[in-house]
Ligand binder design. Structure first.
Ligand code: ADP
Ligand code: MG
Length: 285
């Protein structure tokens, strides 16, 4: 998934459960990694324009939530943003996106015609998805949050009472620390990376942060973060990070990306429209 995984699992079976978690993540990687030709999402992308495709429960669930958040955010979150992400060269090499010149406006404009979540069709009864020709899904803004939910279920199935899972900034605490105090989840300062901006008490909720400080490149003194506005085709710049607290990982992940694109006002309105959702916005200043 192109990021770190931190699993802190207390209890006698802690290391066995951690191994099961890593196996589960490897399984999910084979569903969601669009840079692996043999992954399920790559196979779906390869069949764009070729009709209905039957997909796994995992892929269906993530696409369905993605489309719901796309609609709720007016397309600020859009799982069909892949062609523009690729045009911008937002792929990491050796842990960072190499600095390079941004694409020209005409190329961006041409590709935007292939970005539109409203053209993705889903059939829940048959667990099928249909993509129009030229469309490609990028579930990188939501798959880690979904994986978090899968790991949580695994921990619950194994009776784990105390754990903290962190999938590249998608975090879920289980129970309390072994000393019976509450877990606390820190939000990193987006410009002073060794410092904390705030600390949240962890409840039974998922916490996801989207920011411009982990994945970005510079060109002529300007920072270009890896989150794009799918309606315009350009990186967004009003915020430096958004943290979203939500009942599920998949929702917190998709909403943090959406709120990052929408900015402080519209982003706040989106989060307020969702039951059980809260957020922390950090602007550039
Ligand atoms: P990270 O992956 O760094 O944790 P996010 O969860 O915010 O951060 O997801 C960013 C990823 O989502 C990008 O790398 C890209 O694959 C994809 N993406 C970028 N912009 C959007 C967008 N507006 N809507 C949906 N997905 C996006
Ligand atoms: Mg996200």
């Amino acid at each position: 998934m192109g990021t770190y995984v931190r699993l802190l699992i207390h209890g006698v079976q802690g290391s066995e459960v951690a191994d099961l978690c890593l196996a589960e993540l490897a399984r999910l990687q084979e569903v969601f990694d669009r840079f692996d030709e043999s992954s399920e999402v790559s196979q779906l992308n390869a069949q764009a324009g070729a009709g209905w495709v039957s997909v796994s429960e995992d892929l269906f669930a993530v696409v369905q939530t993605s489309l719901e958040v796309a609609q709720a955010s007016g397309g600020a979150f859009d799982p069909t943003v892949a062609p523009v992400v690729d045009l911008w060269g937002m792929r990491e090499k050796d842990g960072r996106i190499p600095d390079h010149s941004p694409p020209d406006a005409a190329s961006i404009g041409a590709l935007l015609q292939r970005v539109d979540y409203r053209q993705v069709e889903i059939n829940p009864r048959l667990s099928q998805i249909r993509l129009p020709e030229g469309m490609q899904l990028d579930l990188g803004g939501v798959a880690k949050g979904y994986a978090l939910d899968c790991l949580l279920r695994l921990l619950e199935d194994h009776g784990v009472q105390s754990a903290l899972i962190d999938l590249g900034g998608n975090i879920r605490a289980v129970g309390k620390k072994p000393d019976q105090t509450s877990w606390r989840i820190a939000i990193r300062h987006p410009r002073e990376l060794d410092n904390l901006f705030a600390v949240l008490p962890a409840a039974d909720q998922a916490v996801a942060t989207s920011g411009d400080y982990q994945r970005f490149f510079f060109w002529q003194g300007k920072r270009h973060g890896h989150i794009l506005d799918p309606r315009r085709g350009y990186p967004v710049g009003a915020l430096s990070s958004v943290t979203v607290i939500a009942p599920t990982g998949v929702l917190s992940d998709a909403l943090s990306t959406a709120a990052f694109v929408l900015g402080p006002e519209d982003g706040k309105a989106l989060l307020e429209s969702m039951p059980g959702v809260e957020g922390v916005f950090i602007d550039q200043q």
